[in-house]
Design a protein around this ligand. Sequence first.
Ligand code: BG6
Ligand code: MG
Length: 216
Amino acid sequence: MTSIAGFIFDLDGVITETSEYHYQSWQQLADEEGLPFTREDNEQLRGVSRRVSLMRLLKGREFPEAKLQDMMFRKNQYYKALLHHVTAKDCLPGVEDFLHDASASGLKLGIGSASRNARAVLEKLGLIDMFAVIGDGYSVVNSKPAPDLFVWVAGGLGLHVDQVVVFEDAEAGIDAAKTAGCLSVGIGTANVNHADIVVGGLHDLTVEQVLTQLSR
Ligand code: BG6
Ligand code: MG
């Protein structure tokens, strides 16, 4: 039997609600460019890289590379401005207790986020020292739903992928975890029903429940 030895957490939408700030930043860009974009459209952007997000927002409209770069830069400026307000109070409910319990249980903890702002967000939340490995938007070439990021973080933790549970709020993230061969916990209201466990948030779950329900 392989025992669970590590947890890898997505950041936006799992640890903190910055997914809302990503949405507001894309909405501002879309409005400025006169492009149709709704909160429902934004669900397709959850968990995927900045560039893939822009491509999905553009829905097949073509632009020169310089214009694409300009749009990604502006979106990131709007997002970073929203991050100014983030403090330790912005951890989602139950997150700090869950992380401390996991650490006290001897589990290795990592981050697997598509975001290039992940380290800055973790600093603001006061959580950066909780994680032995931080995989972010710079760590691998192929972003979620490719399995690469979770394989990269598991390897950094010194673990095999089947010793790891991934916590994710995005369909692309659960797909990535499953393709990597990790166990998975789906968080929130997006399409994460294909995860091994599905809960509303980390406040709905204990470390003990994860270990008991997913041991194989
Ligand atoms: C993911 C978010 O964590 O990071 C996406 O769910 C976001 O919405 C992606 O687009 C990339 O983030 P960033 O900060 O590099 O633009
Ligand atoms: Mg997420």
